[in-house]
Ligand binder design. Structure first.
Ligand code: NAG
Ligand code: NAG
Ligand code: NAG
Ligand code: NAG
Ligand code: NAG
Ligand code: NAG
Ligand code: NAG
Ligand code: NAG
Ligand code: NAG
Ligand code: NAG
Ligand code: NAG
Ligand code: NAG
Length: 688
């Protein structure tokens, strides 16, 4: 490292005197050694556009003055390094207690966010950097206790230790231990911003917070706080942002906002415990931009004074037990981009005033008891990407003008009482909704045919039209939805054949066409859908035999072909469906013996062969079906002995072998099955 002390001299000779003062040698070498203590690794910063700023740091050439280095800021008069911003710089490796970073004693601002310090502890030597006013160690994989010495940094106005956790494993790394929240806050009396989100604090919120008159931004998101939240914090004179989300054991009560002009711009209180109503005086929080009180155990109605919060952009009241109407005054909130009232007990109409919110991108008011029709004005909300009105009592038809919502990615209207046709029938209609990926109108009372022009929705991955009263044929044009992974047309009144073109939907994982009046054969070509996990064709009028190509669908978990008019044997190849857990063939006219190979389907939970014409001995190899819960082979022509190996299928809860030709002694040995609740033996030739 000796050359580090020589090079600045070289630099001195070659740089022009007109530039601002050179940084001090000891500081540039401290910076370089700090740089060299890390591996530069692009995956160390989560941000895909992270820049390893230290790459440009070198002592030769034009850039030899460390004050000109990327991320380094010097005092113009003294030349001392006073600011270091290495956020998102791909630094990987620990910061040790002997790090040269701590020689930069003039630092006032230090930002090391979004790096990967390999779960090292926050070094207590940071306490030596006593001039720090800004310290940001967020999202940088520090672990262990926050050192007591942080509380010595009495000049700090901004402290950010947020998000030192691993999102994928849900592990949190930092804790407050010797350093209590009370002494941290008690000593750092100049704090304007404090972010300890994701730090394991596990304490009450100290009352001393009420003295923090300088505090503007407080984030204690997901810190395991409990006890009573000091209500005075709401009324701190400078508080702009209060984020205490995800502290489920924290009891919060509202202050009286009456005649008080609050500077609060964000209140994120989700997943804390209010057990109270929204206060009518909330209309005084006129500066609010973000209000999130979802999952807060709120009761009562939404006060109409909410309409006074005209600066709101984000409003989330979901998952509470709010009752009453959505106040019409909500129509005043014309700047909202996000509105979520999902999961309450709201009644009455969807306010027509929603049509005022032309900036909305997400509108979610599902899972309430709203009972109007869908206001046509929603078609004004041209920025909408998600529209979810699910699980209400909405009536009337789907307004055709919703077709104006060309930005929609998700349109979910399921579980309502909507009537009339799928309006997209008008060929032009859905044509412009080219971004739609999810379309669900399941469980309504829609009638008429499936529109042919769905074909234009080339991004569609989920199409759910199940449980309606749709009629007509399945249009072969559906085959153009090549991105589909979920297709449910079940429980309608569809007729005609299953179009063989559907075989083009090779990304399907779930295909449900059951409970219709489909006729014809099970189409060949289904074997192309090799990703299918669920195939349901039950309760139709399908004829012909079970195509042996089904053997190619080796991912299948559920195969349901019951209640049709299928004939012929079980194809031998189905032994390859080793993932099957539910196999239903009941109520057909299938014949032949049970292929021995069927007993290789060892994941089977449910095997229903009821009401067919299967014959022969029942294979003793049924002993392999260790996971079987339900076996129904009733109403067939099985004969001979009941396989004794059944007694080894110890999970069996129900066995129905009635109406066969078993000729055996009474199977008292079945009494050993520990979970057996139903046993039907009638109409056989059991004796003794
Ligand atoms: C700093 O300490 C680490 C171990 O704690 C050691 O490996 C390294 O050599 C030390 N660096 C210097 C410059 O002393
Ligand atoms: C912080 O405050 C506590 C009392 O609130 C005190 O005991 C402690 O010494 C202070 N720490 C520092 C570093 O000043
Ligand atoms: C809401 O605003 C109206 C009109 O500006 C005002 O009369 C009313 O008092 C306000 N209500 C609340 C609760 O702030
Ligand atoms: C809804 O809120 C309750 C607490 O009121 C919480 O336990 C639950 O996890 C929340 N559910 C969702 C889906 O957020
Ligand atoms: C729409 O917003 C305007 C204010 O911009 C308001 O006067 C009007 O009442 C709102 N309409 C509805 C239906 O809420
Ligand atoms: C639908 O869009 C057209 C053209 O973009 C516009 O003229 C019409 O007013 C819109 N309709 C509704 C109901 O917003
Ligand atoms: C689709 O968009 C085009 C051009 O923006 C417009 O002319 C046409 O009327 C739209 N169609 C529908 C059904 O909205
Ligand atoms: C299906 O897509 C092809 C090409 O993408 C197109 O030519 C054809 O018209 C589409 N069919 C239907 C029914 O939309
Ligand atoms: C199905 O795919 C084949 C080739 O992959 C193509 O020729 C045919 O047009 C497609 N059918 C439909 C209805 O998209
Ligand atoms: C179906 O499986 C057979 C035998 O494993 C194989 O030869 C055939 O290529 C498969 N067909 C498809 C479409 O994957
Ligand atoms: C079962 O799968 C194997 C391997 O993919 C294949 O070779 C065999 O032909 C299949 N058996 C039947 C009966 O389709
Ligand atoms: C069933 O599994 C056994 C053992 O794994 C194997 O020997 C046999 O060939 C399989 N039977 C069929 C029909 O695949």
């Amino acid at each position: 490292m000796r050359f580090l002390y020589i090079l600045p001299l070289f630099c001195l000779i070659h740089s022009s005197p007109s530039k601002q003062p050179l940084c001090h040698d000891y500081e540039s070498s401290a910076l370089l050694q700090f740089k060299e203590s890390f591996i530069i690794n692009n995956s160390a910063s989560s941000d895909p556009v992270a820049l390893p700023r230290v790459r440009s740091w070198r002592l030769e050439g034009e850039n030899c003055d460390c004050c000109s280095w990327d991320g380094v800021d010097c005092d113009e008069d003294t030349g001392h390094v006073i600011g270091l911003d290495l956020s998102n710089s791909c630094l990987y490796g620990p910061i040790n207690s002997n790090s040269t970073l701590f020689r930069l004693v003039h630092l006032q601002s230090l930002n090391l966010a979004y790096n990967h310090f390999n779960y090292s502890q926050i070094p207590c030597q940071l306490g030596n950097l006593s001039r720090l006013t800004y310290l940001n160690l967020s999202s940088s994989m520090f672990s262990g206790p926050v050192p007591f010495e942080i509380s010595k940094l009495a000049s700090l106005s901004s402290l950010d230790l947020c998000c030192n956790y691993d999102l994928s494993s849900g592990k949190y790394f930092l804790q407050l231990k010797e350093l209590s929240l009370a002494s941290l806050v008690g000593n750092l009396t100049r704090l304007e911003k404090l972010d300890l989100s994701g730090v394991n604090i596990f304490s009450t919120v100290p009352k001393i917070f009420r003295n923090m008159s300088t505090l503007r931004f407080l984030y204690l998101n997901d810190c395991g706080m409990y006890g009573e939240f000091p209500v005075g914090i709401f009324k701190l004179p400078n508080i702009r942002v209060l984020d205490i989300k995800f502290n489920k054991d924290l009891s919060v009560s509202w202050p009286n906002f009456q005649s008080w002009s609050s500077p609060l711009e964000e209140m994120s209180l989700a997943c804390t415990n209010f057990s109270s109503e929204l206060p009518a005086t909330m209309g005084n929080l006129g500066s609010l931009i973000v209000l999130d009180v979802s999952s807060c155990n709120l009761s009562g109605s939404i006060p109409s004074s909410i309409g006074n919060l005209t600066n709101l952009i984000y409003l989330k009241l979901s998952n509470n037990t709010l009752v009453g109407n959505i106040p019409a005054s909500i129509g005043n909130l014309i700047h909202l981009t996000f509105l979520d009232l999902y999961g309450n007990q709201l009644i009455g109409p969807i306010p027509v005033g929603l049509a005022n919110m032309t900036k909305l991108t997400i509108l979610s008011i599902g899972s309430n008891q709203l009972n109007s029709s869908i206001p046509i004005g929603l078609a004004n909300l041209a920025q909408l990407t998600i529209l979810s009105l699910i699980s209400n009592r909405l009536t009337g038809s789907i307004p055709i003008r919703l077709a104006n919502l060309t930005q929609l990615a998700i349109l979910n209207l399921k579980s309502n009482r909507l009537t009339g046709p799928i309006p997209f029938r008008l060929e032009s209609m859905l044509a412009n909704m080219t971004r739609l990926t999810i379309l669900s109108v399941r469980s309504n009372r829609l009638i008429g045919p499936i529109p042919f022009m769905l074909a234009n929705l080339s991004q569609l991955t989920i199409l759910n039209l199940g449980s309606n009263r749709l009629t007509g044929h399945i249009p072969f044009s559906l085959a153009n939805q090549t991105q589909l992974s979920f297709l449910n047309l079940g429980s309608n009144q569809l007729v005609g054949p299953v179009p063989s073109e559907l075989a083009n939907l090779t990304k399907l994982t779930i295909l449900s066409l059951g409970l219709n009046r489909l006729t014809g054969q099970i189409p060949f070509g289904l074997e192309n859908m090799i990703q299918l996990t669920i195939l349901s064709l039950c309760y139709n009028e399908l004829t012909g035999s079970i195509p042996y190509e089904l053997a190619n669908l080796t991912q299948l978990n559920i195969l349901s072909l019951g209640f049709n008019q299928l004939i012929g044997p079980i194809p031998f190849g189905l032994v390859n469906l080793t993932q099957l857990t539910i196999f239903m063939l009941g109520f057909n006219q299938l014949t032949g013996p049970i292929p021995f190979g069927l007993m290789n389907l060892t994941q089977l939970n449910i095997l229903v062969l009821e009401s067919n014409q299967f014959q022969g001995q029942f294979p003793i190899s049924i002993i392999s079906l260790k996971n079987l819960h339900l076996l129904d082979i009733s109403e067939n022509k099985f004969r001979g002995l009941l396989p004794r190996s059944l007694a080894n299928c110890s999970k069996l809860e129900a066995i129905d072998v009635s109406n066969n030709q078993f000729k055996d002694t009474f199977p008292s040995w079945l009494g050993n099955l520990p979970h057996l609740k139903v046993l039907m033996l009638r109409s056989n030739k059991f004796h003794g």
